[in-house]
Write a protein that binds this ligand. Structure first.
Ligand code: NAD
Length: 355
C-alpha cells in the first residue's frame, strides 16, 4: 500500500451534494489535512461547496480533479451506484479512496473497485461513521473481551420515516440502479454493518420486503429479515422509511453473560454477570458520549465529528502503510447481507451466504 509521506494530506471530493458538506467540514477540521478541489457533474453544486468551505478549485468533470498530483485522497460522495467507475479512475490516477456508504450497490461493482485499488497499490476505505461512535465501539470491545460469553441473539430495528419530498427531490433515491435498494440499502445499512461487526459472519437469511407507503419508488420502504449467524446466534433486522413519524433506531445484543440495548446511540441497558470499572460511567451517562446519528426523521442530522474520526484513522493507517480499518472487503459485508435479504424476499427461499 502506497504510504502517505507528506506533512500535509491533500484531499479532493467528488460529488458535491448533501453528504459532501459533512466530508468538507470533517476534512477542514483536521489540522494536517487540506481540501484542495471538489467536482460535481453539476458545476453549480461544485462551485457552491467550494465557496462554502473556501476550496481553491472546483470542476464539472472529476477527471480534471484527478490530474492534480498534489491530491492524495479522494472522497467519493456521489449517489451510491455511481462510485465504481469513478473509483477505478481514481485508483488508476494513484489516489487513495474514501467511499461513502454503501461502497457500491452490487458485489460485482465492489469487487472491481477492490481489484483496481489493489492493482494500483492504493487504499479503498468505506465510510461507516457509526463505528467511530464510542457508544457503539464499546460494545464491540466488550464482545472481543469476552464479557458477553457466547453470543445468542442480535437485533437491529430502524423504524425511520422519510417523506415523499425526500424521494422526489433527488431522482436517484429509491432506484435499484443508483440507490441499490431502499430503506435497507440506504438507511438501515449503518445498523446492519454494526450488527455483523458485533455478531460475525452471517450463515443464512429468510426475509420479506415490501412497499408499505412509498409506492412510487422502485425499491422497498420496509424489510424484515431473520438471520442465522455462523456462530449459531440468531437475529432480526427490521428496516423502514415508512413509519411515521420515525422512531429511534435500536440495537439489542444478547450473550449468555449479558445484554445491551442502544437506542438512538444512547446505551439504555448495560447488564453483565461480571463487573467492570467502565460500567458505572456507561450506566450513569447512557454511554461514553452524546453523538447521535439522529436521522430517524431528518436525513441531514449527521454530526461531522464521526466522519472526522474515521478520516483521521484512515490517514494514520496510510501513514503507517497499513490498510484502513473499514477497507473494501469490510465495507462489502453489509452490502452482501442486504443483497441476500433482497434475494430471500424475491425467491421466498432461505438464502445462504456467501452469495
Ligand atoms: N454516512 C452517512 O451518514 C450518509 C448520509 C447521507 C448520505 N450518504 C451517502 O452519500 C451518498 C450521496 O448522498 P447525498 O445525500 O449527498 O446525495 P445528493 O444527491 O445530495 O448528492 C450527490 C451529488 O453527486 C453528484 N453526482 C452525480 N453523479 C456524479 C458524477 N458522475 N460525478 C460527480 N458528481 C456526481 C450530484 O450532482 C449530486 O450533487 C450516497 O451514497 C448516500 O448513501 C451517507
Amino acid at each position: 500500500m502506497k504510504r502517505l509521506e507528506r506533512d500535509k494530506i491533500v484531499f479532493g471530493i467528488i460529488g458535491c451534494g448533501a453528504i459532501a458538506n459533512i466530508h468538507a467540514k470533517a476534512i477542514k477540521s483536521i489540522e494536517i489535512a487540506e481540501l484542495r478541489a471538489v467536482a460535481d457533474v453539476n458545476i453549480d453544486s461544485a462551485c457552491n461547496l467550494a465557496q462554502r468551505y473556501q476550496v481553491e478549485k472546483f470542476y464539472g468533470d472529476y477527471r480534471e480533479l484527478l490530474k492534480d498530483d498534489s491530491i492524495e485522497i479522494v472522497n467519493i460522495c456521489t449517489p451510491s451506484g455511481l462510485r465504481a467507475e469513478i473509483a477505478i479512475d481514481c485508483a488508476r490516477a494513484g489516489k487513495h479512496i474514501i467511499a461513502e456508504k454503501p461502497i457500491e450497490v452490487t458485489l460485482e461493482r465492489i469487487d472491481k473497485m477492490i481489484e483496481e485499488c489493489e492493482k494500483n497499490d492504493v487504499a479503498l476505505a468505506g465510510i461507516f461513521n457509526n463505528r467511530y461512535n464510542k457508544n457503539y465501539r464499546i460494545v464491540y470491545d466488550m464482545i472481543k473481551k469476552g464479557r458477553f460469553g457466547n453470543l445468542i441473539l442480535g437485533d437491529v430495528y430502524v423504524k425511520w420515516y422519510r417523506d415523499k419530498e425526500y424521494y422526489t427531490r433527488s431522482s436517484w433515491r429509491g432506484t435499484w440502479r443508483f440507490d441499490g435498494g431502499g430503506a435497507l440499502m440506504n438507511q438501515s445499512i449503518h445498523f446492519i454493518d454494526l450488527l455483523q461487526w458485533y455478531m460475525g459472519p452471517v450463515e443464512s437469511i429468510k426475509a420479506y420486503t415490501t412497499q408499505a407507503v412509498h409506492k412510487y419508488i422502485e425499491t422497498e420502504d420496509l424489510g424484515v429479515a431473520i438471520i442465522r449467524f455462523k456462530n449459531g446466534a440468531l437475529g432480526v433486522i427490521e428496516g423502514s422509511t415508512a413509519l411515521y413519524p420515525g422512531l429511534h433506531d435500536r440495537i439489542e445484543i444478547h450473550g449468555e453473560n449479558g445484554s445491551i440495548l442502544i437506542e438512538n446511540s444512547k446505551i439504555l441497558r448495560w447488564e453483565f454477570r461480571d463487573k467492570d470499572p467502565i460500567d458505572e460511567e456507561i450506566i450513569r451517562n447512557k454511554g461514553l458520549e452524546t453523538f447521535e446519528l439522529g436521522s430517524s426523521r431528518d436525513p441531514m442530522e449527521i454530526p461531522y465529528e464521526l466522519h472526522k474520526r474515521e478520516i483521521e484513522d484512515i490517514i494514520n493507517s496510510l501513514r503507517e502503510g497499513k490498510k484502513p480499518l473499514i477497507d473494501g472487503y469490510e465495507a462489502r459485508k453489509a452490502v452482501e447481507i442486504i443483497l441476500a435479504i433482497y434475494r430471500a424476499s424475491k425467491t421466498g427461499e432461505e438464502v445462504k451466504l456467501p452469495l
